[in-house]
Design a protein around this ligand. Structure first.
Ligand code: 13P
Length: 257
């Protein structure tokens, strides 16, 4: 059965010392909490600069992710960081296609497919983000938007690679705004995502695909979200910067599944 996950996207927050402190605090709290790590997982995604050092202090129960990888494997791309580099410093996951990357850095489906391939080639598990902006939601286009984001990137993979991907549905209007999708709104899209995966790769693959929700998810609203049948956990921004809240979200996920 699919894994249920709480992943923390730290974005461009913390310096090395405060990041290490946060990682240690989260690790300690996670180590004190008994849960089935075959069924549930936790991942942190610090800035590139912290990944290696955090890998040395992180609980063995917590996975380590980058927030991006370059669209090239190596070469004269000043300032870029490749999937291979990320893998070599101890990360096992990479967030791809976050809406902030799509909107501020112009990452389109074509670029994201290249990044996805490089991520998989380097044995990093992609956490692939999709989601509609407010105007699209207001025009009831959210289904078409997530379908094309999946069709044009994830469905270009063969089934063996597709099965390695974690999907994160993050409605852009809910990110960092304090405005969460209601459990019903989120469940509706998650069920739709699972349906199109089933149509493409079969019910068994769909049942085994982890689909996380992201967008202002925090302990006060997580029970409603995590109790939905197609929501397999969260990709957490702001609340991942507080060790108590972040680990509390894992506890709520375990309690609701
Ligand atoms: P917030 O939880 O701060 O809304 O961020 C969500 C997010 O973008 C995670 O990738």
């Amino acid at each position: 059965m699919r894994k249920k996950i709480i992943a923390g996207n730290w974005k461009m927050n913390t310096d090395l010392n405060s990041g290490l402190e946060l990682a240690k605090n989260v690790s300690q709290k996670v180590d004190e909490f008994a849960f089935n790590s075959d069924e549930f997982g936790m991942i942190v995604s610090p800035p590139f600069t912290h990944i290696h050092a955090i890998g040395n202090v992180l609980s063995s129960k917590i996975g380590l992710s980058s927030q991006n990888v370059a669209e090239w494997s190596n070469g004269a791309y000043t300032g870029e960081i490749s999937a291979q580099m990320v893998k070599s410093i101890g990360a096992n996951y990479a967030i791809l296609g976050h809406s902030e990357r799509r909107s501020y850095f112009g990452e389109d489906n074509q670029v994201l497919f290249t990044k996805l391939k490089l991520t998989l080639e380097n044995n990093l598990t992609p956490i692939f983000c999709i989601g509609e902006v407010l105007e699209e939601r207001e025009e009831n286009k959210q289904f078409d938007v997530v379908k094309s984001q999946i069709d044009e990137v994830l469905f270009k993979l063969d089934v063996v690679d597709f099965k390695k991907v974690i999907i994160a549905y993050e409605p852009v209007w809910a990110i960092g705004t304090g405005k969460t999708a209601s459990p019903e709104q989120a469940q509706e899209i998650h069920a739709y995502i699972r349906k199109i995966v089933a149509d493409k790769f079969g019910a068994n693959v769909a049942d085994n695909t982890t689909v996380l929700y992201g967008g202002s998810c925090k302990p006060s609203n997580a029970d409603g979200l995590f109790s939905q049948p197609d929501i397999d956990g969260g990709l957490i921004g702001g609340a991942a910067l507080n060790a108590d809240d972040f680990v509390q979200l894992l506890k709520q996920l375990v309690a609701n599944k």
